[in-house]
Design a protein around this ligand. Structure first.
Ligand code: NAD
Ligand code: UDP
Length: 324
């Protein structure tokens, strides 16, 4: 796709969205970023504000918006457990009403729309690694359900708009992603551990640290979702995007201590309810359909993330919730 596109990015001031805005602005597309700044701040996109092909709109995606665009990346949604559990009803509204609003917009404009779904649609999985045809094991009444079920309902809405209204959709299921511009107080494991290690504080392992995650570096993830958006083969997903290298949370803590050269200790605290035990993407489908695979190993990606955490001023970041 060589023609200049008008691209809407919802949640465009967030961790992933702001880097996506930067990539697409640099490529020469016309980018509209909408965000309500619940879990982000303007500083993430401040450097783009004077670009002629970038526009920032403060807007909440649960309210419809009238725009003319060719592509929509629907990223608006709090992503970290303490953010999405802060106001669970708002989280479901953001996923469900947000999906309805972007799908309606896509239908009217004949735009292509990509949904940032999540590995959380698999819940606490009994199938390992997780393939796209696994239907998941989500507790529908637990504290993670506002996010997991909201994202599952959003996938349903995307499929139904596609089947009924021929809306041109893409669905990507994103596995744990990390990198520069993560909110330092988002409570996610990578940001917590790096912040704690740099401050010489104990790294808080929830439970005994034997639970696993597979961490994907931000740039690998973004390359995949842009490829998915631009794929013309008729493949709409859902497709897993993540790094299949699996680590225990204790291994992650030890690696962060090593890379930061910190003298921090490790402290075990309570494991949150419904915390998934294992998570690893099977990315065979992404390899086959997109010829994509991640290129940045955890050690290298963590080093880049640590370098960024070293230069930021934490006083500029307000914790959006008291739960970090
Ligand atoms: P983030 O919290 O940094 O970004 C989300 C952005 O959406 C923020 O800027 C926030 O202010 C905005 N937002 C939230 N609710 C909104 C609303 N109602 N209206 C408008 N804007 C709203 O998180 P992220 O890590 O950049 O995640 C981006 C997307 O990717 C999310 O949809 C998330 O569910 C998905 N995802 C991320 C990960 C990951 O590991 N980072 C994993 C799976 C899925
Ligand atoms: N975790 C941890 N210490 C922290 C934050 C998180 O041990 O300070 C654990 C958490 O219990 C989970 C894993 O790290 O098992 C990943 O948590 P995160 O919130 O980053 O993402 P999740 O994959 O659970 O959505």
């Amino acid at each position: 796709m060589n023609q200049k596109q008008r691209i809407l990015i919802t949640g465009g001031a967030g961790f992933l969205g702001s880097q996506l805005c930067e990539m697409l602005v640099a490529r020469g597309d016309d980018v509209i970023c909408i965000d309500n700044f619940f879990t982000s701040q303007k500083v993430n996109v401040a450097h783009l504000l004077d670009k002629p092909n970038f526009e920032l709109i403060r807007h909440d995606i649960i309210v419809p918006i009238w725009l003319e665009v060719d592509q929509i990346y629907n990223l608006a949604c709090p992503a970290s457990p303490c953010h999405y559990q802060f106001n669970p009803i708002k989280t479901i509204k953001t996923s469900v009403m947000g999906a309805i609003n972007v799908l309606g917009l896509a239908k009217r404009c004949n735009a292509r729309v990509l949904q940032a779904s999540t590995s959380e649609v698999y819940g606490d999985p009994e199938v390992h690694p997780q393939t796209e045809n696994y239907r998941g094991s989500v507790n529908p009444i637990g504290p993670r359900a506002c996010y997991d079920e909201g994202k599952r309902a959003a996938e349903t809405l995307f499929m139904e708009y596609h089947r009924m209204n021929k809306v041109d959709i893409r669905i990507v299921r994103i596995f744990n992603t990390y990198g520069p511009r993560m909110h330092p107080f988002d409570g996610r494991v990578v940001s917590n551990f790096i912040r704690q290690a740099l401050a010489g504080e104990p790294l808080t392992i929830f439970g005994d640290g034997s639970q696993t995650r597979s961490f994907c570096y931000r740039d690998d993830l973004l390359n995949a979702i842009v490829q998915m958006m631009e794929n013309e083969s008729g493949f709409i997903g859902p497709v897993n995007i993540g790094n299949p290298n699996e680590f225990t949370i204790r291994e992650l803590a030890e690696l962060v201590i090593e890379l930061t050269g910190s003298s921090s200790q490790i402290a075990e605290t309570d494991l949150p309810i419904d915390d998934p035990v294992r998570r690893q993407p099977d990315i065979s489908l992404a390899r086959e359909k997109l010829q994509w695979q991640p290129t940045v190993e955890l050690r290298e990606g963590l080093q880049r993330t640590i370098d960024w955490f070293r230069i930021i001023d934490l006083e500029h970041y307000q914790p959006p919730t008291p739960n970090f």
